[in-house]
Design a protein around this ligand. Structure first.
Ligand SMILES: [Mn+2]
Length: 433
C-alpha cells in the first residue's frame, strides 16, 4: 500500500475557534477541530450540524421545474393515466424507484403504477429503447425517471413521439442541451438556484414526493417512513453527508434502526445486523453491496421487489436471494482483482503513466467498477478497467482527489460512443478499434 496522508496543520485562528466551540457546546476539542476544518463557520451552522432537524429541509419548489413536475403528476393521477417509475439498477436507482412507487401507491386513490429497471448488461445505464417500448405496450403516458435521464435527449424525444411524457429526477451533470421533458429536476442544471447540489438520486425523488405531498395536503410526517431508503442511498452513492443530506441521513438512520420497511429489515437480518445499531458504514459495506448485487448478478428489479415487500415471508426469501448474489459477486470480484493485479505485475509499465488502464475481454462487467476502485486505492492513480460487452468495449473509471476523471473522458468524447458519471467515478463505452 502506498497511502499518502496529507495532514493539515490547524491555524492559530482554527485552534482558538476550536476552544471556543468546545466550551460553548461541551464537546471534545478533537471533534470541534474537525467541525472547524470542515468549514462549518458560525454558531448557528454548528448547531444545525450537530442537531439535524427535518424542519430545515429546503422548500422542494426551489427546484427549477418542480411546479411543472407536480402539475403533470397530479394530472396523470387525476386522469388515472398509467405511470411508470424508471430507475437505474444500482442502490441509488432502486431505492429511488421504491421510494416514489411506494409513496404514490400509498397516497393516491387507485393509482395506475408500474416500475422498470433496465438490465445492466442488455440495456445498460440510463433510459433504454426497450424500456420505452415496454411503456408504450402497457399504455404508459408518463415516465418518472430517477438517478438517470439528464443526458437522454434522443430517448426522451423518441418517447415523446410515442405520446409518452417524462419527468426527469437526476443528480448527474447535464450536457449543454437538456432533454425535451415536461420537467427536469437536477440541481446541477446551470440555471438551478436550488441551495444544495449534492442530493442522491433517491434524494431528488424524495424532493418530488415532498412537493407532491405539500400540493395535495398530505402531512409531512408521512414522508418520514421513506427516509430509511434515502439514508441507504446517501451512504451507498457516497454523496457528501453535509447540508440537506445530513438531515436526511440522520432521520433515515433513525428510521432504519427503529422502524425499517419490511424489505430493509430482511436485508438487515441477512447481514447479521439484527439487534445492533446500524451505522452509515454498515450501509456502505453490508446493506448497499447486497442491493447492488441484484443488478450486478441478476436484475435490479429483484432489489425493488424486495424493497417494496409487504410481508415478512417475501422479504425473507428475496433477502436470501440477494445475499447469495452478493457471495457470487464477492468471489468474482476477488478473482478479477487478482487477474488485474497479475496483469499489472507482468506489465509493470502500466503503472508508470499518470493513469492505469487495463483490459481483459473475459472480465464480468458487474465487477469492473469495484476492481477500478481497488487499483485506485493500491496505486493512488486514476484507473480505468475495460472489458468486452455486446460487441463494444465497456469500462469503468475511478479517480483520486483533485483529478476530474469525468472531464478527462469528456475531453476525448469524439473517440467514445457513450459515457457518463461524476468527478471521481465514470463509465464509458467505446469501439474496439
Ligand atoms: Mn446516483
Amino acid at each position: 500500500m502506498t497511502n499518502k496522508w496529507n495532514y493539515q496543520t490547524p491555524t492559530r485562528e482554527q485552534l482558538l475557534r476550536r476552544d471556543e466551540l468546545s466550551e460553548k457546546f461541551g464537546l471534545s476539542p478533537a471533534i470541534c477541530l474537525l467541525i472547524v476544518q470542515r468549514g462549518v463557520a458560525n454558531d448557528k451552522d454548528v448547531q444545525k450540524f450537530l442537531s439535524p432537524n427535518i424542519k430545515n429541509l429546503y422548500d422542494p419548489f426551489l427546484y427549477p421545474d418542480m411546479q411543472k413536475a407536480v402539475d403533470r403528476l397530479n394530472k396523470a393521477l387525476g386522469n388515472k393515466e398509467r405511470i411508470m417509475i424508471y430507475g437505474d439498477y444500482d442502490v441509488d436507482g432502486t431505492t429511488a424507484v421504491s421510494l416514489v412507487y411506494k409513496f404514490l401507491e400509498q397516497n393516491s386513490w387507485k393509482s395506475n403504477l408500474d416500475y422498470y429497471i433496465p438490465d445492466r448488461y442488455d440495456e445498460g445505464y440510463g433510459i433504454s429503447n426497450r424500456g420505452i417500448e415496454y411503456a408504450k405496450e402497457t399504455g404508459v403516458s408518463l415516465i418518472i425517471c430517477l438517478d438517470c435521464g439528464i443526458k437522454a435527449i434522443e430517448k426522451i424525444a423518441y418517447a415523446k413521439s410515442l405520446g409518452i411524457d417524462f419527468i426527469v429526477c437526476d443528480h448527474h451533470m447535464p450536457d449543454d442541451k437538456l432533454p425535451d421533458a415536461v420537467a427536469i429536476l437536477d440541481a446541477k442544471r446551470l440555471d438551478s438556484t436550488y441551495p444544495y447540489r449534492h442530493l442522491s438520486g433517491c434524494g431528488v425523488g424524495f424532493k418530488l414526493m415532498q412537493a407532491f405531498a405539500s400540493s395535495n395536503g398530505i402531512e409531512v410526517s408521512r414522508l418520514k417512513s421513506l427516509l430509511d431508503l434515502v439514508a441507504v442511498s446517501i451512504a451507498s452513492d457516497i454523496v457528501p453527508v453535509t447540508g440537506e443530506n445530513r438531515i436526511l441521513a440522520a432521520y433515515g438512520l433513525k428510521q432504519l434502526n427503529l422502524n425499517p420497511s419490511k424489505g430493509l429489515k430482511g436485508i438487515i437480518d441477512v447481514c447479521g445486523l439484527t439487534g445492533k445499531e446500524i451505522t452509515m458504514s454498515d450501509i456502505v459495506f453490508k446493506i448497499g453491496p447486497r442491493i447492488n448485487a441484484s443488478g450486478r448478478m441478476m436484475n435490479g428489479k429483484e432489489a425493488v421487489e424486495l424493497l417494496l415487500a409487504k410481508d415478512v415471508a417475501t422479504a425473507k426469501i428475496k433477502s436470501e436471494n440477494i445475499d447469495q448474489y452478493n457471495d457470487d459477486r464477492r468471489e468474482l470480484d476477488k478473482k478479477t482483482t487478482d487477474e488485474a493485479n497479475a496483469l499489472i505485475d507482468e506489465n509493470p509499465s502500466v503503472t508508470e503513466g499518470k493513469i492505469i488502464v487495463v483490459f481483459n475481454p473475459e472480465w464480468h462487467k458487474g465487477v469492473i467498477g469495484i476492481v477500478a476502485s481497488r487499483l485506485t486505492e493500491k496505486y493512488y492513480k486514476p484507473a480505468i478497467v475495460l472489458t468486452q460487452s455486446n460487441g463494444f468495449i465497456t469500462g469503468s473509471a475511478r479517480s483520486i482527489t483533485k483529478f476530474d476523471i469525468y472531464k478527462a473522458i469528456e475531453s476525448c468524447k469524439d473517440l467514445i460512443e457513450n459515457f457518463g458519471g461524476h468527478t471521481y467515478a465514470a463509465g464509458m463505452t467505446l469501439k474496439h478499434d
